[in-house]
Every structure is written in C-alpha cells, then in structure tokens.
Design a protein around this ligand. Structure first.
Ligand code: SF4
Length: 594
C-alpha cells in the first residue's frame, strides 16, 4: 500500500474525492438534475419550493458521502487497488474541511458540467436572462472556492476529471478555480494511478493529461459502492459514429452481466432502491463484437439482463437511460417484452398518455437531432442503421409509433443551428415535429443549440453563440417543441390558460429584449395567442407539411439484403426473397454466452 500511514480524520485523508452537490444528489427525483443543469441560478427558488429537501443528503457514520456519481466511484475503486481505504475520503463539498488536513496530498474532483457549456445547459439559461450561470455551475464554483480557500491548499494538488474537465481548459480557468491538473479519460488506466502517485509524493503534475480507455470489457471497473441514481455502467462507445458525439470516440464495449449484477447488488446493499444502467445505446448490449452487427439487438440477452435487474430483491425503481430509435423498428417484439419486464418498476407516471393501469411510462433518452436528411447525411450518416439515412424521418415516426404503443415516451434531443443549416433544413425538422403531433404520437422534444464540443469530430465547426442569432424558423422549432412537451402536464382546464398568460407576461417583461425580434412570433405561437393556422396564413410561422412515411415493411426492405438474415421472423413484415432469419436456437446460445 502507498501512503506511508499518513491517515485519519485528524490529519485529513491522503486523497479526498468529491463532486458538486448538484451532481451527487439523487433523492429528490429524476428531473431535478436536468433542471439544475439548465435553469439559471436566479430561478433556484422555484426548485427550492418544489423540492424543499434537495440539499438533505445522507452520510455514512464517518461523515463520508453515502452516494456519489458513478464516475467518482470508479476512480475510488481504481485507487483502492493501490491505496488503503483509510487513505481515501469521499465526501460532499460541505464536508471538505473535515476531510482535508495537513496529510492531504490530492483533492480529486469529478464534474460533468462545471461551467454550464454543454448542449442543453447554457442554452436555456441564456434564454432566460442576464445571469446565465446554470444552477449546477453555481454549486460547482462554490465547491472549487471551498477547496481553494483551504488552509492546507499549498500541500495538495487539485485534479479534476469527469466529462466537464475540458470546460476549464477551454475557458482557461485553472487559476480562478485553483485547479492543478485536468484528466481526460477513464480512471482505470495505469496513467491515472501514476498521476496520483506523483501528486502523493508531492511532485509537480502536468496541467492536462489524457489517459487511456479500457480496451476490453473485462478491464472496466464496476464500483462495489452506492452510486448517484444507482448508475451502473452497461456499455461504453456506441458505433453509430455521429460527428458531434464525444462518447462514440470511446471503444465499443459491453460490461459482462455478472459485473453489472454485482454493481446492482452493491447499490441495494447500501440502501439504494433505484437502478439505472449507463449506456449510450442500451440496445447494443449483448451484441458487441459478435457475428451479428450491433444494430440488430440481441433480444434474449437484453431480456435476460433487465429481468434479473428489476427482479433483484430491493430494486424498487428502474429507469432507462440512452437508446436509439432504429432498434424499435428492427425488433418491436423486443420492445413489447422489455416493457412487460420493466414498466412496473418505472417511477415515471404520465397520466394523460400512458395506458398502463398505474399510468407508468418508460422515458429513454434518444437522439433525433435533425429531420433534414441533407444535414443528417453530413453529421450522422449511420444514426439509423441498418436503415439508410435517407429513411431517417420514416424510421423516427415508425419507431415512435412502436414505442408509444408500449408506453415508451422518449425524451428526444434536437440540435438547432447545425453548421450550414438552412431554412429548408429547419423546415424539414418542423415538418417531422408537426407530423408527430398530427399522428397523435408523443415524445418530449429537447431542443438545444449546436455547441461544438471539445474533442469531437466537429470541434472546429462554428455554431450559434447567442440566442439573438437564431432565425425565426429556428426559434419556432424551439418553441414548438416546448409547446408540445407541455401537453401531458396540461390536463387541468386552468393549466393552459395560466401558461399562456405567464408566457406572454414573461415575453413582455424580459424575453422580448433579450432574444431579439425573431423571437416574437414563435413566442406568440408558444403561448397560443392566435391559432397556428392564422399565424401561418399571416406568413408568421411555418406549419409543417405532411410527410410521406414509409411502412415498416418498406423500411425493412430498404436494409441491405445480406443483413436480412438478422431480422426476426416473429416481428413480421419481412422482405421477400432474402436469406432466412437466423434460427432461434442459435440466438439462445448467443444470449447465454454474454
Ligand atoms: S447514436 Fe448517440 S451515442 Fe451513438 S454516435 Fe450517435 S450521438 Fe453518439
């Protein structure tokens, strides 16, 4: 063991691990973290009212944090391979003074959005006003200030990891936040341990380090501790190769089932009753580096995994994380069977939409990004595989039909202001959004403004930097999405009226000046000040044109014929004259091998 015995609360822990409070909590519900990442700090009072106890975190007997983000727990597990548990303290920012002492050599911080500059964060804060700092960025800064003010600051190094480290380097806020080193990459790597060893010895550390990603599924560490929201890693990477995507740059790996289950049991053992699997696309699990392309889901393996998770004694809630929509069209039977397994444990209820007896719903996060085939070809040509990207709008509509039928109401992200986006491209996306409405389908559309994320294949591209640069059509798309999103919450007779008056009042008071003249009519449409058909006749908005949507049978026929063998007979609509689907017995063998 390293550390030379300098341990104990009196002298402080050798290595202290922490994360912003707003990224650590999970007891106040699933939507609070999203709100904290998006709403500006001046709106914090609204959250305080709705979740009065959001700051009441649980601690272990030794004051250490009961729950921490999964990324920080992976770092802890990685360090525990070389250091004694007595050398490592994991605490909430409020408790830092109790853990940092003269013996402390490293304070390691995990954060995914310290300054509020990711896709959704920042955009809404900037729409809402002059103080653009999102709530979680405020709390992250408060944590950095506390570390900076420590009387022992000269004796330890501050190392920042997590997906938000790049924000500090890009904004050159090392000194301001008192950060010594930013680590990009996973903490399992040898380089991470060497970096910590250097800091522990009191040697200088580089300002920025890139560390390697595990190359095989067995090298991914699954922490044996409770994580925020019961997050257990399921896969890394994705494989669809969207140009703007950061996680896709990681190797495509799926974590072995036994490790996932150990992570689930660890959470339950430590008092967590909720589980969520971390993935970029849940449907690739069990089909990574097999003989079948990853975009034909391994139905048996997935059903087996999810069934074992939700039936683990102590698991009361389970939520889906990220997914893609094409697998729903490829295998609707999988969606139906997964629903039967998972929906009773979903804590999300949508009374106006769900046909479940208790109105439960499944809400995975799925990328739509654009419905302009022209833009899609440029930024995400493989988003819809095995279907050609030309069929993307039809894949989205048919996928949504299948999902909605099974009480899945996905949150779908859209990117506004893609580089080179024309009015025609925005109209194409509006057409799809209106088509969804016309067909009575539902998704929570989450529009955000294109931000060239560091290290992605699009990092050099220019995006829209201020909301007053948005065109009227881009504004309309954003406001139309939010107007539709409010539908499930407007069951009462007074709800829509109150919303309209509030929205118009807000526009008159503040937003009109802030967001420029292009915002006016989209805002009126949002507030339903006039019927949309009237506004369209006045030439103020674009009302979506009806889309020609291909049938599922036509879509399956658009898959490359040599891949037809991977389709499942029991899903119907199979193309005629192609190779026969793989026999079921062979698939079972594949499922058991995962
Ligand atoms: S489908 Fe999603 S996770 Fe996969 S590459 Fe595209 S954006 Fe990334």
């Amino acid at each position: 063991m390293l550390g030379g015995g300098v341990t104990g609360m009196d002298g402080g822990k050798l290595i202290v691990l922490t994360a912003p409070l707003t990224e650590s909590i999970d007891h106040a519900g699933y939507f609070i973290q999203m709100s904290m990442a998006s709403l500006p700090i001046w709106m914090e009072g609204i959250l305080n009212k709705k979740y009065p106890k959001w700051r009441d975190v649980e601690r272990n007997q030794d004051k250490s944090a009961r729950y921490m983000p999964a990324g920080l727990r992976v770092l802890e597990a990685s360090l525990l391979r070389e250091y004694s548990p007595d050398d490592i303290g994991v605490c909430y920012p409020d408790d830092l003074d109790a853990f940092i002492g003269p013996n402390t050599r490293v304070v390691a911080i995990s954060t995914h959005n310290p300054l509020g500059v990711t896709f959704a964060a920042g955009v809404y804060a900037s729409i809402f006003g002059s103080n653009k700092q999102p709530i979680n960025s405020f709390y992250a800064r408060e944590m950095f200030a506390r570390v900076k003010a420590s009387p022992f600051r000269r004796q330890f190094k501050v190392i920042v990891g997590g997906s938000g480290g790049w924000q500090i380097s890009q904004t050159n806020t090392w000194e301001e936040l008192s950060v010594d080193c930013i680590v990009e990459g996973r903490s399992e790597s040898r380089e991470t341990l060497e970096l910590f060893a250097k800091a522990v010895r009191g040697e200088a550390v580089p300002r920025q380090v890139e560390v390697g990603h595990p190359r095989d599924r067995h090298s991914i560490l699954v922490p044996d501790k409770r994580t925020t929201f019961g997050v257990v890693e399921m896969t890394t990477g994705c494989g669809r190769r969207c140009q703007f995507c950061l996680p896709d740059l990681n190797p495509q790996l799926d974590v072995p089932k036994e490790r996932i289950m150990a992570g689930v049991r660890a959470n339950v053992r430590e008092g967590n009753n909720q589980i969520s699997l971390a993935t970029e696309d849940m449907f690739i699990w069990g089909q990574v580096h097999t003989d079948t392309p990853f975009y034909f889901p391994n139905r048996e393996a997935l059903l087996n995994l999810y069934s074992d998770i939700v039936n683990t004694p102590g698991v009361e809630h389970h939520v889906l994380s990220h997914a893609t929509i094409a697998p729903a069209v490829v295998d609707p039977v999988l969606i139906e069977k997964l629903t039967n397994i998972c929906i009773d444990k979903s804590p999300i209820k949508i009374p106006l939409l769900s046909t479940h007896p208790e109105k439960r719903a499944l809400v995975p996060l799925i990328g739509l990004e654009t419905a302009s085939v022209r833009v899609a070809k440029q930024i995400m040509p493989s988003k819809g595989v095995p279907f050609p990207i030309d069929e993307w709008p039809s894949v989205v509509i048919r996928g949504l039909e299948i999902l909605n039928k099974n009480n899945w109401f996905p949150a779908m992200t859209l990117i506004i202001g893609n580089p080179g986006e024309t009015d025609e491209d925005v109209k194409a996306t509006l057409d799809l959004v209106y088509e969804v409405e016309r067909r009575g389908l539902f998704a929570f559309f989450i529009p955000s403004i294109f931000t060239p994320l560091h290290d992605t294949r699009m990092e050099k591209k220019e995006g829209v930097t201020e909301t007053d640069q948005l065109t009227p059509l881009q504004w309309q798309l954003m406001m139309k999405c939010w107007k539709m999103n409010l539908r499930p919450g407007q069951a009462s007779w007074w709800g829509p009226m109150a919303w309209r008056l509030g929205a118009i009042g807000m526009w008159a008071y503040k937003l009109r000046k802030l967001n420029g003249p292009h915002f006016t009519w989209p805002m009126m449409m949002f507030a339903s000040a006039l019927p949309e058909s009237v506004m369209a006749k006045m030439g103020k908005i674009h009302v979506g044109r009806p889309l020609h949507v291909k049938t599922r049978k036509e879509l399956l026929a658009s898959i490359k014929p040599h891949q037809w063998q991977h389709l499942r007979e029991d899903t119907g609509d199979l193309p005629e004259g192609g190779p026969a689907p793989t026999p079921r017995s062979h698939r079972l063998v594949m499922a058991q091998a995962v």
